[in-house]
Write a protein that binds this ligand. Sequence first.
Ligand SMILES: CC(C)=CCC/C(C)=C/CC/C(C)=C/COP(=O)(O)OP(=O)(O)O
Length: 645
Amino acid sequence: MGSCMSCRRDRGLLEGTEVSEITLGNNKLFIGQPVWEGGTDVTRDTLEEKRIEFWETAPAFGGQEEVWSALRSATEFAERGDYSMAQAIIDGVGIILPNGYLSQSYDERGHQYVIPNYCLARPKSPRRHAYDPGLSPSRKYITEDEELKIELDTKIRIRLDGRKDIKLEVNSEDTIISCKRRLSLVENVSVSSQLWCHSGKVLKNSQILREVNIPCDHMVQQSVTFLMEFYVSMYHPSELWALFRYKYLGGNTLLSPQLTTEELQSADLMKCYEYLELTSRSFSAVIRSIQDNTLRPAVCIFYLVLRALDTIEDDMNIPIDDKVTMLSNFYTYLQIPDWRYKESTEKDRIVLEDFPTISRAFRGLPIRYQRVINDIAGQMGRGFAGYLEKRIVTVEEWDEYCLYAAGLVGVGLTNLFTSGTEVAHMTELSIGMGRFLQKTNITRDYFEDTTQGRHFWPEEVWHKYGDTIDTFKQPENVAQGVACLNHLITLTLTEVPNVLEYLAQLGELTNDNTVFNFCAIPQVMAIATLLLCYNNKNVFKKNVKIRKGETVSLMQEATSMKGVKTIFSEYAQLIKNKIQSTDPSAQETARICNIIIQKCNIMAPNYAVTRYTMNSSVVLIIAIISYRYNLHSRAISSIQGILKL
Ligand SMILES: CC(C)=CCC/C(C)=C/CC/C(C)=C/COP(=O)(O)OP(=O)(O)O
């Protein structure tokens, strides 16, 4: 969030012009998307419709159905920039990519699969004033801005996958696909994975709600992509169970968006939530789930303001002097209604291009929140400006850089939780919370960052193991690279005691469990990432990322201090189990792991047994049950529905 690192991580992944290889083998997937012109009649609705139509009809023209659904999932993950997940899916089903792109592939039987460009990327220059043939004559010409201002005159009740009902406000002249998009803003379900049924019939995306005439039952069916996550977690039975619970037993209500009618009716706030969704992979769901109706938009806007600042910092096309001025003055732009920056080529440039919407939403926040955001944006901008031409050499500088990029975010968030009342003893702990996330990402992102010609590992450390930072990529230097990696992981783990202390004390500031989840979930993901990276050569070869199943299982456990302590204790133990006596940091790593285990004060179960050594036939049975349940639940859901209110 608002960190250089997050943008660095994303740069190049979604632009479609830069290409880099992320893994080796004949099924390797290259990073990059095709570039195509949208033509005059492409709108978001028509594009979405075209895509759905393609995926629904493609299997009828040959090939295996499961390969088509794997390709669909992989393209969706790749479009979101999650190439590791896309690769995992491709590997899981054994798809061969002769050119490294998803546009053309083969299954193991040699059947060819061709995917059109419009399913792989958005058009280069989407029309702003687009003609949408799916809209009624009175609303044929519509801009995206106008779309959010449309009067909402109808409420429909939607049954989500048989687990809960929600009321969605829509306009009766909306097309079904517009309603789906609205639902995707309120609930965690992508537009393309929704299937709406009414009275036993599947509703077409181009149908107009009024014409459907919904008097009673109706339902929304969820994601095909989820099935792939079951495959990826196949050998991790506890994760299969977590995925199963998350998907079918209401586990995902943990991250239910809590938007109020007021937010849904505010065009600016809806835009902000849309930008949050577009720019953050990790924080969107946890922010939208915050229960407190005044805190939630404040955190969302805080995120977007820092993301805008970060996008400036990251933009290599801005001359350095201009950048220093922009970063240092950035906080003042919050008060200038029409300030925007249109020259950026960065992936997240939308937050700069439409900064007036964000700053207007900011000025609509209670003053106590505005003060906090203003103050942190000022400090962070000045901090970034100071680091523009400075290398990170010492460990102290690493700490300082991570303070600006993420520690301050922690301080700002704590101040938002306390409505601006500073809680002095929490400042260091808040910084530790941010730094733990930032250092973890920096350590994990070696491959991605160096591929893009930058790096954030402190020179004082890497220089002990190699002459240049890039040297670790060469096979003969990987052992040295791993030693350096383990050294950085050990340094990062030293932040954990502060993280545990912060989370333990958070209860004194707020008893809102959704705030606890918002704080705790990213932290447990971070320790899981460190375990994955520890002793792992792959960090030098590709982007490594924890499995979706592991994420879901962590999310479900990290909802109380006891759960958090259990996770930290178990992962510290698992890292300890991986230490090799020949590793130069072995002793120090063991020492800090012991401190964490002690601090958690939990009798850790033998995690190696519970997590990794379950009989593979049990795995298969769970997988089959999950799969069958998925089909069964689809059958059941097709007879449930929406109630018009
Ligand atoms: C007190 C408290 C709660 C402290 C935490 C502070 C905090 C959230 C700092 C942000 C750190 C960070 C590395 C963000 C980028 O994450 P990313 O690139 O993985 O995420 P993205 O999906 O938003 O790009």
